[in-house]
Design a protein around this ligand. Sequence first.
Ligand SMILES: Cc1cc2nc3c(=O)[nH]c(=O)nc-3n(C[C@H](O)[C@H](O)[C@H](O)COP(=O)(O)OP(=O)(O)OC[C@H]3O[C@@H](n4cnc5c(N)ncnc54)[C@H](O)[C@@H]3O)c2cc1C
Length: 422
Amino acid sequence: MNASLDTDVLIVGAGPAGLALACSLADAGIRTRVLEQAPLSSLAHPPEDGRDIALTHRARRVLSVLGLWNRLPADEVAPLKKAQVTSGNSPLVLPFDAQDEGHEALGWLVPNHRIREACYAGAVARADWITLQGEARVTALHRTADRATVTLADGSQLSAPLVVAADSRFSTVRKMAGIGARMLDFGRTAIVCRMAHEHDHEGIAHECFLHGHTLAILPMAGRQASAVWTVSTDGAEAIMQLSDEAFAQAVDSEFGHRLGDMRTAGQRHAYPLVAVYAQRFWADRFALIGDAAVGMHPVTAHGYNFGLYGIETLTRELVAARAASRDLGDSRALQTYASEHQRVTLPIYLGTNAIVKLFTNDLPAAHLVRGAILRVSKHLPPLKAAITRQLTGSGLSPFDLVRDKLSTLPHIPRPSSLFGRR
Ligand SMILES: Cc1cc2nc3c(=O)[nH]c(=O)nc-3n(C[C@H](O)[C@H](O)[C@H](O)COP(=O)(O)OP(=O)(O)OC[C@H]3O[C@@H](n4cnc5c(N)ncnc54)[C@H](O)[C@@H]3O)c2cc1C
């Protein structure tokens, strides 16, 4: 490390992405300083935020390699064995079963505050390599040929060969680097709440596309589930104002009483839904990671999974740059990271947004198309298997499969125009 620089990599944001990146770089012998606007005391034991995060097999592998998976309380990690998708009152069910692909689970559900807690503890345990700095809001970014410098709200400045922004989907540091983002405001709000219920959920997640709204019931440890009720934003406040009993009754009734009596087992939290895709994931001496790079609609449960995939790729490229005696701000490393991360995330980002638009459109034509999709998918084992494989971390994503099928057909727009540049 150059003596006049403060560290190898400055990371802005101590969310689950920024902290996991710091752990990953530390294990590769790269020093980081993590700058977080909130006080560190709020990170050690973050409060429950109602988000329950579905993690894929690859995400679990990344967390395990970093020793973070073992920091999650085992009795709060719930296997997702099956998933069922339904549309409106249609009796059609599109089922996914981990066992079809020889796995015990499609993925695992973990409360977000436990993930944040584990990442923070992992960073503290690597104190020789990671410096955590709270109450450090980044207000400016300046890059020159040999360094990137951030200015904090108190006027102090810090420099490193590379700055990585992990400062949320509404990243201000992304803007400071001159990188724009496509944003898609769905005009919807997800209201999340932990529910206790009478019957065993058997590890099955339900995604119900109902009239005017969607309801996901995700199996958590014990006889509890995470309810994710996505409604038009102008109706969200009324639902937030319901009493606990009225809310539980409404969820129970929308879900058709399939888990027996329900009651709330946590606070309600509301998340307005905006998907974000950065125009690029790197600039000179700068990279984006986590939601700052790709902020997903939660319906396909990819946000943090993508964050972890990006961390794995960026670490690999920075290690390769260092092994070749190149600078950590080396543009080749950042470019390779960015193009791989885009290849992995863009098809799923676009596909997720298309699914959301179709499944939240209440025009009769959209209902017909949805029914047809469920019917076709149910009887198209390769598509179902591709979705299952994508969750369990092997093979092509379903969107890759569709794109590859399209590319074999004549008179169809080239895949690049449907899914963007790879
Ligand atoms: C309802 C819901 C359900 C979800 N379900 C899933 C799921 O099932 N599976 C999944 O993979 N993902 C899911 N996600 C997405 C997941 O929660 C996010 O991808 C993840 O939390 C993003 O982490 P992050 O570290 O990138 O950003 P954040 O958690 O937003 O952290 C950003 C950090 O940067 C700090 N910061 C911001 N600006 C500055 C600044 N200028 N200076 C210093 N610090 C700054 C903030 O204080 C914050 O600590 C869900 C999200 C929601 C809302």
